[in-house]
Design a protein around this ligand. Structure first.
Ligand code: MN3
Length: 283
C-alpha cells in the first residue's frame, strides 16, 4: 500500500477548491458519510490512486486534508494525463452530433490538449501518476499552457462520458439527482432552460456546467476557454457533474452559428446515468 504523500514535489500545498470548499468536501467524505468513505478507500486501492490509508488514520487532519485534496479524483472519476478511448463510435451520437465533428473533436482537438498537457507536465516535472485534478486545483501556480491544456484535457474527458448513444430523457426518476435539480431550480424544465442559457450566453468559446458548490448545492455556470470549476482561478468553484462544450469546434459543421440548436439537440444524448454517478459520489 502506498502511503499518503505529505511532501509535494510540485509545491502544491493547497486543496482542491478554495479552503472553504475543501473543508466542506472534507466534511462530506470524512465525517458524514462513513460508507462513502470506506468505498472511496476501497476504490482508491483498486484503482491505484495512491490514497490508501487505514480508516483509523483518517482522523488525522493532515491525512484528511490530503484525501479531501484528492476528492475530485475518486475511483472512476480519476482523470489521468492521457486520453481514454471514446466510449462509443464516432457515429454513435449522430442524432445530435455528426460523426465528422466527433472524429475531429476527439482525435484532433482533444488529442492535442492531451499531448500538449503531457509536454508541459514533463517540462514542469509534474508527477503524472497523480490525478490531474491536483494540478487544476492550484492552476494559478502554473503556466497558461498548463491551464489551457490541463483544462482542455479534463473537460473533454468528462464531456465524452456525459454523452451516450442511448442518452437523453430525464435523470433517473426517484434518484437523488432529479430531486436535487427540482429542488434547486424549481423544476427540471427550468433547470434545462437555465443550463442552456449558460451555454448560449457564454461569449466566445467556453463551457456550461452543472456543479456542486461548497454547500453541496447544485449550481449552473459557465467558464471561458478551457477553464472549469475545479480551478482556483475560476469564478465558479465546485465539483462538476455535467459538462457542455460550447466551442464552435463542437458543433459548427452541422449547426454553423446556431449554438442554441446544438444545445437543444445535445439534450438527446446526455448520459444521465453518468451524471447521476458523479453526483452520488460527492453528495
Ligand atoms: Mn472541445
Amino acid at each position: 500500500m502506498e502511503k499518503v504523500q505529505k511532501d509535494d514535489p510540485e509545491g502544491i500545498t493547497s486543496f482542491s477548491f478554495n479552503e472553504v470548499t475543501s473543508q466542506s468536501f472534507n466534511y462530506l467524505f470524512m465525517e458524514n458519510h462513513s460508507t462513502s468513505r470506506r468505498k472511496f478507500i476501497a476504490d482508491s486501492v483498486k484503482t491505484g490512486v495512491g490514497i490508501a490509508v487505514g480508516v483509523s488514520a483518517i482522523s488525522s487532519p493532515v491525512q484528511a486534508c490530503n484525501i479531501a485534496k484528492h476528492a475530485t479524483g475518486l475511483s472512476q472519476f480519476y482523470t489521468g494525463f492521457t486520453q481514454e478511448p471514446l466510449p462509443y463510435a464516432y457515429t454513435a451520437l449522430e442524432k445530435s452530433i455528426d460523426s465528422m465533428t466527433m472524429e475531429i473533436h476527439y482525435s484532433r482537438h482533444a488529442a492535442a490538449y492531451a499531448t500538449n498537457l503531457r509536454d508541459e507536465a514533463t517540462a514542469k516535472s509534474v508527477d503524472m501518476t497523480k490525478p490531474l485534478e491536483d494540478v487544476l486545483a492550484v492552476i494559478s501556480k502554473y503556466t497558461p499552457k498548463m491551464r489551457n491544456n490541463g483544462g482542455g484535457h479534463y473537460n473533454h474527458e468528462m464531456f465524452w462520458k456525459c454523452m451516450a448513444p442511448d442518452g437523453g430523457g430525464n435523470p433517473p426518476s426517484g434518484g437523488k439527482l432529479l430531486t436535487a435539480i427540482e429542488q434547486g431550480f424549481g423544476s427540471y424544465d427550468t433547470f434545462k432552460t437555465q443550463f442552456a442559457d449558460a451555454g448560449k450566453n457564454r461569449f466566445g468559446s467556453g463551457w456550461a456546467w452543472l456543479f456542486l458548490d461548497s454547500d453541496k448545492k447544485l449550481r449552473i455556470g459557465s467558464t471561458p476557454n478551457q477553464d472549469n470549476p475545479l480551478m482556483d482561478i475560476s469564478d465558479i468553484k465546485g465539483f462538476p457533474v455535467l459538462a457542455l462544450d460550447v466551442w464552435e469546434h463542437a458543433y459548427y459543421l452541422r449547426y454553423q452559428n446556431k449554438r442554441a440548436d446544438y444545445i437543444n439537440a445535445w439534450w438527446n444524448v446526455v448520459n444521465w446515468n453518468y451524471v447521476q454517478q458523479r453526483f452520488d459520489k460527492m453528495i
